[in-house]
Write a protein that binds this ligand. Structure first.
Ligand code: DQA
Length: 147
């Protein structure tokens, strides 16, 4: 099984963007870790990042059509993209797990971060645990597809 690990806007800036909030490790390191964690779990992992909402939506169509479980950090799209939420819904409709991950704990931050339009269509959500959240999400995917 190939799991798509998709990251939304500004996550290509990990390492330089608010390291106090998102840590000092960059996207290349996250990619390396997710690939390794996937291997440990018997999953092929493909890590992607985009600043483009349309591209992210296209990846959900691809996942639904090709049967890929998804680990998604929707970044700022989390808070307003009904288009991405509808696309994520289709992944669920295809019977595939979709785990929502946030590096920080958005509930402990700005008011606008307290609402996620993705959570309602996600299988589950992991927040506030840094890059480790991606590991937990991959473990959840492995368990869910085993069941
Ligand atoms: C984030 C939290 C979002 O509120 C923010 O817009 C991000 C990253 C996180 O990983 O903590 O870009 O999804």
């Amino acid at each position: 099984t190939t799991v798509l690990v998709v990251n939304g806007p500004n996550l290509g800036r990990l390492g330089v963007r608010q390291p106090d909030v998102y840590g000092k490790q960059d996207l290349a390191e996250l990619t390396r870790l997710c690939t390794q964690w996937g291997q440990d779990l018997g999953l092929t992992v493909e890590v992607r990042q985009t600043d483009d909402e349309a591209e992210m939506i296209g990846w959900m169509h691809e996942a639904a059509d090709n049967g890929n479980p998804v680990v998604m950090n929707p970044a700022a799209f989390t808070h307003y993209s009904y288009g991405l939420a509808d696309a994520a819904h289709m992944v669920g409709d295809a019977g595939l797990p979709l785990m929502e991950v946030h590096i920080s704990n958005p509930s402990a931050r700005d008011e606008f971060r307290k609402r996620s339009v993705i959570s309602a269509v996600a299988t589950g959500t992991i927040t506030g645990l840094g890059f480790y959240g991606y590991r937990l999400a991959l473990e959840a995917v492995a368990e869910l597809i085993r069941q």
